[in-house]
Structures are given as structure tokens and as C-alpha cells.
Design a protein around this ligand. Structure first.
Ligand code: SAM
Length: 315
């Protein structure tokens, strides 16, 4: 109920703010030149920011779910436009318009990209929305057997698993970085280290090799990378241990060092957990991604080939 009320009060707010802007504008004498442009711009900005407020925080959609809604909304809009245009053409011109499938796909792509912009999605989503209908149409032209799609889907699912929810895709770190991380870990005593989101396990196996005195673990949410890391560790006789699971379920108090190579979207939640659970003196190390408004204790600057490394020493 509260949610519905919020939604309507926001809609009301948008309308009244736009009306207010129009009134203010009417009250002031029109100046020459860019004044009209600025007025239009401010109206547009207000409308856009309010639409974003309506679409995003209230609905609390992860971007992938919002993307599905956007494609559906674009599809319905295309259907409505085509129906209206055909109806008008038949009624007033007595003709039937033959709109090609490609035109429909193009309309869907352009509309979806526009909706994604209006909903305030990150800029790369506009390209995804634009390319997705066109790519689907192209694939249909090739008459690929449906089993190929199923296999592709199964591979993607086991590789990326809940990436749509965690917003952390798989991409491996590089050996030069493992070396830098190893130099940050206390050398005088054994440590218990975990790579949260261990991917194919290379980073953990490297650590296990360079620090045989320590207990090195990896946890991975996606089944395929986990299985690969598990089998590789057996073949290489690595002492690194790999678990299939969500790092959110771990107790960070059990570790001296936590290594994370996640994504900007995951950092705030990671810090909430780490700051509550990690013991004083333990280290949280993040490759490439900083935690907004939490100054790091150490930062190793990268170069064009390696990202920065951030270290927070828990106090
Ligand atoms: C960028 S990759 C890093 C791989 C590895 N740490 C490395 O340095 O090569 C991030 C990995 O974290 C995994 N991941 C994302 N969220 C997770 C979670 N909540 N629990 C466990 N693993 C997660 C993803 O499936 C992905 O494989």
C-alpha cells in the first residue's frame, strides 16, 4: 500500500513540478536566444530524473530484470504503433501497409534503447538493448538447429549462473597481480586466505604454491568455473580448497585475508559484511574496485596493463 502511495505521490510530484516550471517560465519575460532552449532542457531533465525515480528505487529491480521489462515494453509499443498505423492506413487511404520484419526489429531495437536511457540504465545497456533484437533476428535467418541454442544456454548458465543478480561476471585476474597480492600478505606467520569468487581457481592455486604454510581457499557461486577449479586443484595436487557457494554465507571472522575481484556493483554490500565480521588486523584486498567513501589503507597503483589494488586493514 505504502509502495502504491509512493508511486502516485511521485507521479503527482512530477506533474506539479513540471507545472511549476511552466508557470515560473510564463511569469518571467522571455529573453532572446538560449533562454527557450534552457527552459526546454530543464523540463526534460526534470521529467527524466523523475521517471528514473519512478522506475528504479521503488521497484528495486536488478538491471537484468529491468532489461527484460524494457524489451517487453518495446515489443508492446511496436505492436501498438503498427496496429494504429495499419488501422489509419486502411481507414483513410484504403490500403494495407506491408511492414517488413526487419523494420519491426529495428523499431524494437531503437525503442528498447530509448527506454533504457529514460530508465537511467548504465550506458552499455543501451547498446545491449539496441543489438539484442537485431542479433536475434540475424540468428533466425541462419536457421540454426534449436539444440545449439540449448547447449549455448546451458554453457552460459553454468559459467555465469546468477550474474544477473550478483552483477559480478567471470573474468580472470592476471599472474602479475597475484604476485603483488602475495607481497601484501603478512609473511611472518601462516594466514587463512580466501578468494571470494574464485573463478577457475588460478589465483588461489598460485597463493597455495607460494605460501605452503598457509590455508588457502576459494569460493565460487557458478558451477562450471567451480568444477574446473576443483578438478584442476586435484590434478595439480594443489593444497587450495574450492567450495561451491555464495560468499555471503561465509563468516569473514574466520579469515585473516579476504581477496575479492568482483565488480563496482558488489563493493558496498561487501564492505557492509566485511566491516561487521572481519577481525581487527585482518586484510580485505580488492583488485580494481574501490569501496565508495571508504578510504583504503594501502593502494598499489596499476598501469595500463594492471588495475589498482586496494587494501583495507580492519581496525
Ligand atoms: C571477476 S571473477 C574473479 C575470478 C578470480 N577471483 C580471479 O581472480 O581470477 C568474479 C567471480 O566471482 C563469482 N561470484 C560473484 N558473486 C559471487 C558470490 N556471491 N559468491 C561467490 N562467487 C561469486 C563470479 O561467478 C565470478 O566467477
Amino acid at each position: 500500500m505504502q509502495k502504491v502511495l509512493n508511486k502516485y505521490s511521485l507521479k503527482y510530484e512530477v506533474k506539479s513540478e513540471l507545472a511549476q516550471l511552466r508557470l515560473e517560465h510564463k511569469a518571467q519575460p522571455l529573453k532572446q536566444g538560449d533562454d527557450k532552449y534552457l527552459y526546454k532542457e530543464s523540463l526534460l531533465q526534470t521529467a527524466k530524473s523523475k521517471i528514473r525515480t519512478l522506475v528504479r528505487p521503488n521497484m528495486r529491480l536488478v538491471p537484468a530484470t529491468l532489461a527484460v521489462f524494457i524489451q517487453c515494453a518495446a515489443l508492446l509499443t511496436v505492436a501498438a504503433i503498427v496496429w494504429a498505423v495499419n488501422f489509419a492506413a486502411a481507414a483513410y487511404l484504403g490500403m494495407n501497409l506491408n511492414i517488413t520484419i526487419f523494420t519491426l526489429v529495428l523499431m524494437q531495437a531503437l525503442l528498447a534503447a530509448t527506454f533504457s536511457y529514460l530508465a537511467g540504465m548504465a550506458s552499455w545497456w543501451r547498446w545491449i538493448h539496441l543489438c539484442f533484437p537485431l542479433a536475434a533476428w540475424m540468428m533466425l535467418q541462419w536457421h540454426i538447429p534449436s539444440a545449439v541454442y540449448l547447449v549455448g544456454f546451458m554453457i552460459s548458465l553454468s559459467l555465469f549462473w546468477t550474474t544477473f543478480r550478483t552483477q559480478v561476471p567471470f573474468f580472470p585476474s592476471r599472474p602479475v597481480v597475484w604476485h603483488q597480492v602475495a607481497s601484501l600478505i603478512p609473511q611472518d606467520s601462516p594466514v587463512r586466505l580466501i578468494d571470494i569468487g574464485s573463478g577457475l581457481g588460478d589465483m588461489s592455486m598460485y597463493m597455495a604454491k607460494t605460501r605452503p604454510d598457509s590455508q588457502i581457499e576459494g569460493i565460487e557461486i557458478a558451477p562450471l568455473p567451480w568444477l574446473i577449479s576443483f578438478i584442476r586443484a586435484k590434478f595439480r595436487r594443489s593444497s587450495a580448497r574450492f567450495t561451491l557457494g555464495n560468499y555471503q554465507a561465509l563468516d569473514f571472522a574466520n579469515y585473516d585475508v579476504i581477496f575479492a575481484y568482483l565488480s563496482p556493483a558488489a563493493m558496498r554490500m561487501l564492505w557492509n559484511k566485511a566491516s561487521k565480521e572481519m577481525r581487527p588486523g585482518s586484510l580485505l584486498i580488492s583488485l580494481e574496485f574501490e569501496i565508495p567513501n571508504v578510504p583504503e589503507s594501502i593502494r598499489i597503483l596499476g598501469n595500463k596493463n594492471t588495475p589498482d589494488i586496494y587494501v583495507w586493514k580492519i581496525v
